[in-house]
Design a protein around this ligand. Structure first.
Ligand SMILES: Nc1ncnc2c1ncn2[C@@H]1O[C@H](COP(=O)(O)OP(=O)(O)OP(=O)(O)O)[C@@H](O)[C@H]1O
Ligand SMILES: Nc1nc2c(c(=O)[nH]1)N=C(CO)CN2
Length: 169
């Protein structure tokens, strides 16, 4: 099965750019687009260092669940340890959304929620996504919404905090 996914990767421990680069490298020929690296204040209320974030678009011969398992492999390779929810990490890779034949995949399975229910609230996901796809759209409970409009709905300070910090390589 071929599917298109939008992935979000973040890191705030160790060599953050190197951790993000491992995701790009692991995608290989499946990579369609990768945003610049953005420096972003921590989302979720845990006091910690700023994150480096990227959003990627990939096409590959994987089911959405296989993409999720692929994300976990990337996290394991970066020695990711699960401790505090929304806390610091070497590498976090989430499936933001998936499409099969241009149709969004919807899933309410707790182990794979699609689209990711918090993506539309996260400037650190949406701003880099808009950079690589100005026409990006995301399914929400209120219908399919342009990512540009979702960004406009966020607190301006959250959006301003997401700062472009150059390309990966
Ligand atoms: N779309 C998704 N992408 C990644 N993980 C998901 C998704 N939907 C559900 N999950 C589940 O979320 C669980 C927690 O993932 P993780 O530890 O990366 O959460 P988090 O990054 O701390 O928080 P958040 O889910 O808000 O990004 C995983 O066990 C995974 O099964
Ligand atoms: N800015 C930012 N904040 C976060 C991030 C992230 O990647 N970037 N990841 C988290 C893990 O759930 C929690 N908070």
């Amino acid at each position: 099965m071929t599917s298109r996914v939008v992935l979000s990767a973040g890191s705030n421990i160790g060599d953050t750019r190197a951790h993000l680069q491992t995701v790009v490298d692991a995608l290989g020929d499946d990579l369609r687009a990768v945003s610049d690296v953005y420096t972003t204040p921590p989302w979720g209320g845990v006091e910690q260092d700023d994150f480096a974030n990227i959003t990627l678009i990939a096409d590959g011969d994987r089911t959405p669940r296989e993409w999720l398992e692929w994300c976990w492999e990337c996290e394991r390779a970066a020695d990711r340890v699960r401790e505090v929810r929304w806390g610091p990490r070497t590498l976090d890779v989430d499936v933001v959304s998936a499409e099969i034949d241009g149709t969004p995949v919807l899933s309410d399975d707790e182990t794979l929620l699609l689209p990711h229910p918090r993506a539309r609230l996260r400037a650190f996901v949406l701003v880099p996504w808009l950079q690589v796809d100005p026409d990006a759209r995301l399914w929400t409970p209120d219908g399919v919404r342009p990512v540009a409009d979702l960004i406009a709905d966020l607190a301006p300070a959250d959006v301003a905090g997401v700062r472009r910090a150059g390309a990966l390589t």
